[in-house]
Design a protein around this ligand. Sequence first.
Ligand SMILES: Cc1ncc(C[n+]2csc(CCOP(=O)(O)OP(=O)(O)O)c2C)c(N)n1
Length: 333
Amino acid sequence: MGIPRELSLELYRKMRLIRRFEERVVELVNDNEIPGITHEYIGQEAVAAGVCAALRPDDVITSTHRGHGHVIAKGGDIRYMMAELMGRETGYNRGRGGSMHIADVQLGVYGANGIVGAGCPMACGAAYVLRRQGDRVAVAFFGDGAVNQGVVHESLNLAAIMELPVVFVCENNLYAITTPIRSVTRNELWRRAEAYGMPAHAVDGMDVEAVYEAATEAVARARAGEGPTFLECRTYRYSGHYTAERNLPHIRYRTEEEIEQWRQRDPIRTWRRRILERGLATEAELDGIDREIEQALEEAVAFARQSPWPDPSTALEYMYAEPMEGIPARGWR
Ligand SMILES: Cc1ncc(C[n+]2csc(CCOP(=O)(O)OP(=O)(O)O)c2C)c(N)n1
């Protein structure tokens, strides 16, 4: 019954890796080894892990400013991620993109994105092309705040009328920076997508199994040519909107009690317990996975630290796409 052993352990491993990667990243931001700030995904791990487990390697995703979890769940290499965050030449984007812009086209990661909602039209565009090439699927991850962006509504409408193979994954963590969703959106988020004519429903985003099952169904629909689905995954970020929020004690928009209530439903702890209850693994086996993750993390940090900085003389490289011969046919050249 339920998810088989191998996948159960893989989901555990992915969620735990995302959590520990981010905890390590926060330490490195505090130590100024990672410049600037990052947006933590801690608490939301079940969404990325559950959705990406339902995908094939050749499917694609678009991500958000809170994208580390999505990239790791899609199979991203944490050595290249750590190097990217530290601004090194060996990073996914040669140190130019940083935390908010990790992309790996081969891996099907069409970019994390700092523009709220912008991943939705990108996923539609990708899906439009993918559909002509076979049965690949595009997933757009975005937050509850993005649901009030016009571009998201255009994307939902377009995907519905064109029956595009897209799964819209809204991670409703209740807040857009400090704005509670209830103060800007009256009805249930999934109902808006339903109005555009696609299956849409709410999912427990703290339960990786529920997310995996909902995503599997949505992906199967898309693959079969039956068009888009909208999943509102109800989840919570334990940390502030971004790393520096902890230095802004006057910013108060949620209570300690609320945070604690969600922590009680921690997706990793819950899943670990369920694995043990189902007899799919022993404590020792799960501890072994935890240890492997710690080692992989330290290797990633060491890899990044030993990697060279980009050569300043190349600062202007990779700023613009190379124009393709003959496109546009007439125009600016
Ligand atoms: C188009 C656009 N408008 C505003 C912003 C500023 N901004 C950055 S993050 C954010 C809130 C996003 O909230 P949500 O979509 O719920 O994602 P979450 O941060 O909760 O993951 C806003 C308004 C932006 N980056 N892009």
